[in-house]
Structure formats: structure tokens, C-alpha cells
Design a protein around this ligand. Sequence first.
Ligand code: ADP
Ligand code: MG
Length: 582
Amino acid sequence: MPIQVLPDSVAARIAAGEVIERPASVVKELVENSFDAGATRIRVDLSDGGRESISVRDNGDGIEPDEVELAFERFATSKLSSDDELMGIATLGFRGEALPSIASVSIVEVQSTTSDGTVGRDLLLEFGKKRKSEQIGAPPGTSVTVRSLFQNVPARKRFLSSASGELSRVHAVLTNYAMARPDVAIEFVADGATRWATGGTGNLRDVIVTLQGAEAASLMLEVDSQPDGSEMAVSGLAGSPSLSRGNRNFISLNVNGRWFLNRRISYAVEQAYHGFLGERRFPIAALTLRIPDGDVDVNVHPTKAEVKFLREQAVFGMVQKSVRQALLDHAPIPSVIPPRAPGIIRAGGVVLPPLANPLWPNPLTPGAPPPPSVMGDHQIENDFTGPSTPRDTLPVLRLLGQAHETYLIAEGPDGLYMIDQHAAHERVIFEEIIARANASEPESQHLLVPETFELTPDQEDALMKVSDQLGQMGFVLEDFGPRTLLVRAVPRVLGDRSASKTLLEILDGVIESVAPGAWTERTYATLACHSSVTAGRRMNDDEARELLKRLEAAEQPNTCPHGRPTMIHMSETAMAREFHRT
Ligand code: ADP
Ligand code: MG
């Protein structure tokens, strides 16, 4: 279809809004145009995180030479002509807004040649004004180069992040599209160096090898199902539970090749892992939904990031069931998980403690109520409480024993203490790690056999942010080929526990932390967590006494670094009352 300007009646029905906010939105619009042009190869090149230049080159159908200028008119598109086509859009673009929006805030140059033509056109616009338009001889396809983004709108330019921040946003857009379209070879280049390139083999697992590494790819389970009698289907890969991550950014969804965000459908994927993953752990998944175009409304969001499904409940059910089925077919169900009561962690499981939970007031915050406490199934208020004043240190405790291989039972001058061994150990180690790091006295332990592991580009960026801190904690790390890290030594507290697992969780925590610097404490907490005795481990009396002694010396003995209580205290008075002695 030739490019034409949409009639006002159609333009008025288009979900309008700002489409260009930052380099990542430029890249998203340009690669979507490349996909729509049937490209099988797309190369994206950034300088300075896109702040200096962004270029997208494809081998698609190209634009007719006499239509190149028209493509920069508002609402000029070759993909839509009447408004009854608005529901049932098969192309990624349809509004004719991207090129004019980009042109109004940058210096943009387009070179395009159609596959059947021999001459193409080179058009240069500076902040919307034409500066050059000439014939060129070039191979079929289109390249668009965007320079000096927002130079004419300083207020918007100031909102851009650092080059690495913008780069990681572009990386996120491209990885999601690489997973949505394994049939297209995508190359991502930054400041002259190729960050990654997919082969365009059509095989999703090959894309995962590129983006997540061979080991992760081998742990991805096939999802492929079409509910009986339905026109919908879902296919793709879902990570086995051992591949879990600390945030939900690793769930990538697309419908008919269009990457989209939808909280409910992501939640359907998370739901499928219920019972397979610990708390605050999220799966990796890359799923393609096949849904008739008429059942998907893509015209609900200015940047087309979100879509609406006509039958959302059915889509939710299909996704949840098929991912669940893939897991049940390939992975055993973990042993029974006992019902969980607040304040008590699962016995017997190596379950990571929850991260700071806003619903869970930190008992050390002045004025906050004490943590909820339970005994058996009864919630008994105010009788079992943490020590009452903030920053209370513990009295000297006498060990009575261990219960359920998870709790230490001790007696103090004022009643009984039930101590969660994992939470208590975490607190102790957390304070010790920080003290050592502050004193620049890390204690390292060399690994007999250095461990290597692969990093995703996101994790690589995160590593740059925390590498100093990791050194202060006692890690000795080296580059070992592209995106591969060699671990020579680990903090002594970690002992022979898995170095790579700990590091990966630290890096995922950094990726997840939005506030700059928020990851520092979290990084210490993750190391403390991995270095601590788990619930479900028998502790002998000497070990248990040693732990109590160190907890008594801790500055904030009442909570673990994630804010969970380390102990429940039952005063002698409370005991007497329960036994009707008073
Ligand atoms: P939309 O994609 O919504 O149609 P755009 O402003 O992104 O609007 O692009 C306008 C038109 O320019 C498209 O409809 C298409 O005809 C043409 N076009 C843009 N980029 C390319 C490309 N990479 N290859 C071929 N044609 C393109
Ligand atoms: Mg477009």
C-alpha cells in the first residue's frame, strides 16, 4: 500500500501521546518499522547510549523514493487506511506518528531503496526542516540515523540518564524483540563493539543462548499448546525452577510477534510456578501468543507497549495452564510445603527470606508495632513480642536446644526466646561483613578450582556498578572472555557455598534496585543470606551457643537484614498468664 496521510476521522481515534521519550523509544519505533518492512536482518548501532547517535539499518522492502518525504508527515502511513481496520491490526505500526515525532526533536537521515528499484533516496532533516534530498545507489533496505536527540528541547534532554542507563533500556527493548522474532537476525552494537547478535535461525532457544548463555538455554522447557477448539495458542520456553531470578524482568511476552507488557498475563506465568519457586523469586520465560488479530486491541497505549485482549480471562488461563503443564511434565513437584504463618519461615526448605516487605513493619522503626508472632495456629497478640525498645541489645541467653532443626530455644533473665537460626545468622554475618568492608579488611578465601559463569549484558552492567563493593567484600573476580566471569576467591564467610549463585543474585538485586545506591545494603544482605546456616540444618550445641553469643553482640539483633524478626520472646509474665498462674 502506498504511504498516505490518514483522514482526520481515523487520526482522531488513535491513542495519542508522546511516543519519543528517550533513545529506547526511538529504537523501538525504528525496529518495529523494520519488522513491518519484512526485514530478516536488523542492525542497531548506538553512540554514547544513543545520546550522540542511533542508527537502525534493515534489509526490508524499503520506501519508494518519491514517498520518503511523505513518510515524515504526521499520520502518514502505508499500513492503515480506514478506521474499521483499527481493530485487527497485523502490523506493528499503524499511526504514522513515529518518523515525524523523531524528526521534530533530532537530526535524522534516511537512506532507503526498494527491493525492485535500483536508485534510492537520501533525505536529511534537521529538527523537522529538510536539509538534503538526493538520489543514491544503495542496496535494498532502509537505514535511519538519528543524531543530537532533544538538542532543541533541553528540558527533555536533561531527563535522559547516563549512557549506560540508556544503553540498558535499549538492550531491554532489543532482547524482548529478539525473543519475539527469532526468525530475524538482530545485531546490537554500542560504541563500535557488538554487544550481541542473534542468528535469525527461527529457533528461540538459539536466541536464549545468545542472551542468557548456553547453560540457561539448556534449562528452558518447551511450552506449546493450543486449547481444544480454540483459535488461540501459546508457545515458547519457560525456565526450569532452578533458573529463577530476583525480579520479573525476565518474563518476555509477545502476541503475534509484537512484544507487549501486561501485568495480568505476566502474573499468569508467575502463578504457574506456584510451589516451584521460593518467595520473591521469579521465572524466566519467553512466550509467543497466537491470537486472531481481531481479538487484540493494540490501539490502547501511546507507545503501543500495552495491549488489550478481548478475552483476557481465556488468555490468562491458557498461559497459566500451559506453563504449569510444561513444569509438571519436566520437573518434579517439591516436597510438601507446610502452611506458612507470619514470622516463621518454611521448615526444611532452602527458601530465601522475603525482602523488606512494606506490610511488615520493621520493629526497629520507632513507633512501629511489634512483628506479628504466632504459636501453633493461634495468633496471640502482645504476649510474644520482640524486645521493646529500638536497638535493644540482648541479655545473656542460655541455650535449651534446637526445635525442628530451624529454631533455637533459649532462656533469658525474662522468659523464653525462640530464635530463627537462619535469620539470626544472617543478622550476625551482615553486621560483620559491613564492619570488615568499612575497615577495608576483607577476608578472602581462594577457590581450589576457580568458577566461571556467563553474564547477560544487564548483569554485566550491574557488575560494573558493584565491582568495588564486591572487592571490599572479598570477591576476587576476573574477566574471562566475552561476558564470562572468573571467580578466583570469595569472601571467607561464604565458605564452600556456590559463588556463582550468590553473585548472580547480587547482580539481579542491583538490576532490580531503582534508586541509585539502593543496592549497596542489599548486596551485603544477599551475601549474608547465602553465607548463613539454612533452616532445616541440625546445629550442635557449640555452634548454637556460638551463634547466640554473636547475636547478643549484634547492634540490631531483633531483625534479619531483610526486616524479618530473628526471634520471638515470651516473657515469664506472659507464660504465667497463659498457664493461669496469675
Ligand atoms: P507507521 O509505522 O505507524 O506507519 P512511521 O512514522 O513509523 O509510521 O512510518 C511511516 C511510514 O514510513 C511507514 O508506514 C512505512 O511505509 C514507511 N517506513 C518507515 N520505516 C520504514 C522501513 N524501515 N522500511 C520500509 N518502510 C518504512
Ligand atoms: Mg512505525
